[in-house]
Ligand binder design. Structure first.
Ligand code: NAD
Length: 473
């Protein structure tokens, strides 16, 4: 059993609540770790430590802060095997894929933000005024379980590189990788108070952080519902807020597009991480006369996504993260069938019993979906693709935009001009041409109810700088 305390001011501390939380391995349904159930008093202590450290950290040169981040990247790299093992235990991501999908971006992100911090122009002079970019002070990060390490590092490495100190509240379902990260921060020699972790329940630790008057900026990643609540709370003390929220993103196969390549891309995108990816292309928009071709291809491709024990080399799809997630996804597959969609891959998950070993759900594909069905509207957050037929490209664009979300989108087409035109008409923040994934320096974030602000690269870095102008005489 792995055990961790809270990480505050470079010390491991017990929560003042006197309580702990067990962390379950979703592949076995057995507890593998225990963490502290932090409370408001722990949040106060962590914020005080971060505030105390913020002046000195903010006063370091960008080069000095970059040095710390580069050391952290090296330490993370040295501990990457252990980190991979933890993430496999906390969310069930197969061991064969966990480095590429979860750990690599944390290491490269630390190096990327070190480079950005060094190269960034923090001051600019105009004719009669000067603009200076400064850190906010204390930044709080509230993060989800689906990419438990990188959701934290993407925001907090940017925040620290920009000169802020941070307090992180990871998800109660997968907090262990963030505590392992704290161990790495300590080993990399960061000054005390720069990086703090308070584990616990969203409504307790998350709320206390969002409301705390000495937290200057809040960066939240999670569901749209929780993001709205946390954002409202943060505004009671007028914090800078960044929200990275849910999605229901479309992939449009244009009439002349490569169906085989589109099918390969969508299966990887939706089935890897067991469909628990915010920007997954879960709505597959296909020309009506190509639906038969796509159905055959998708059946062939989905067969490669072997579901099972995450420790097995051949496994591509692990379990869903929790019993609640399993019940939710099962409910959506049943809803798809009852609303008239045709399930061509996968099956309705069985009832959970005491004998059930893990929360495994086979990748599922529905044909004959219409955009008003529940499975086309709600974020399922499981390995489920809905194929929706369209008759004209204008109709495809209309369907793609007919959602409250606007996180991501993808277009496959053989005519680049047409594909670019369609991409420009999609109301979303993160778009891919023919499935090409950009590097981590591309800005990532949502339109509409998918969020406010951006993560990644210089745009993500700038979210953690505030702007001052000084008029010159
Ligand atoms: P969640 O909203 O349940 O929880 C996210 C975090 O918020 C957790 O740390 C949780 O403890 C905390 N929290 C929850 N309710 C809270 C409250 N009332 N007050 C304060 N804190 C609260 O989300 P989840 O189930 O952990 O993650 C899945 C969701 O995250 C999906 O909707 C997914 O799309 C979204 N997500 C978005 C992005 C993005 O970049 N846009 C990335 C990953 C995940």
């Amino acid at each position: 059993m792995i055990e961790y305390k809270l990480f505050i001011d470079n010390e491991w501390r017990e929560s003042q609540s006197g309580k702990t939380i067990s962390v379950e391995d979703p592949a076995t349904r057995e507890d593998f770790a225990s963490v502290q159930r932090g409370n408001e008093a722990d949040v106060a202590a962590a914020v005080a430590a971060a505030k105390e450290a913020s002046e000195d950290w903010g006063a370091l040169s960008p080069r000095e802060r970059a040095g710390y981040l580069r050391s952290l990247a090296d330490v993370l790299e040295a501990h990457s095997d252990e980190m991979c093992g933890i993430i496999t235990s906390e969310i069930g991501m197969p061991r064969a894929h966990v480095f590429d999908w979860h750990v690599a971006a944390a290491i490269s992100g630390a190096r990327m933000y070190a480079d950005i911090a060094e190269a960034y122009e923090y001051t600019a002079e105009q004719d009669n005024y000067m603009v200076i970019k400064e850190p906010f002070g204390v930044v709080a990060g509230i993060t989800p379980w689906n990419y438990p390490l990188t959701q934290a590092t993407t925001k907090l490495f940017a925040a620290m590189a920009a000169g802020n100190t941070v307090v992180l509240k990871p998800s109660r379902q997968a907090p262990v990788s963030c505590l392992k990260l704290a161990e790495c921060v300590l080993e990399a020699g960061f000054p005390k108070g720069v990086f703090n972790v308070v584990t616990g329940v969203g409504g307790e630790v998350g709320n206390a952080l969002a409301a705390h008057p000495n937290v200057d900026a809040l960066s939240f990643t999670g569901s749209t519902d929780a993001g709205i609540k946390v954002g409202q709370l943060a505004l009671t003390t007028v914090k800078k807020i960044t929200l990275e929220l849910g999605g229901k993103s479309p992939l449009i196969l244009l009439p002349g597009g490569d169906a085989r390549a589109a099918v390969a891309a969508i299966c990887s995108d939706v089935f890897m991480n067991t469909g628990q990816t915010c920007c997954s292309f879960t709505r597959f928009l296909v020309p009506r006369d190509r639906c038969g071709e796509v159905e055959a291809l998708i059946k062939e491709e989905a067969a490669n996504y072997i579901t099972g024990d995450p420790g097995d080399e051949a496994t591509v799809v692990g379990p869903l993260v929790s019993e609640a997630a399993y019940r939710k996804v099962k409910g959506y597959i049943e809803a798809g069938l009852s609303e008239g969609a045709r399930l061509v891959c996968g099956k309705v998950p069985e009832e959970l019993t005491d004998e059930t070993k893990g929360y495994f759900v086979e990748p599922a594909v529905f044909m004959d979906v219409t955009n008003d069905m529940t499975i086309a509207r709600d974020e399922i957050f499981g390995p489920v693709i809905s194929v929706i037929a369209y008759d004209t490209v204008d109709e495809a664009v209309r369907i793609a935009n007919d959602t409250k979300y606007g996180l991501a989108g993808c277009v496959f087409g053989n005519d680049r001009t047409q594909a670019m035109d369609v991409l420009c008409r999609i109301k979303a923040g993160y778009l891919l041409l023919n499935g090409e994934i950009p590097d981590d320096s591309a800005p990532f974030g949502g339109y509409k109810m998918s969020g406010i602000g951006r993560e990644g690269g210089v745009h993500g870095f700038e979210e953690f700088l505030q702007i001052k102008s000084i008029s010159l005489d």
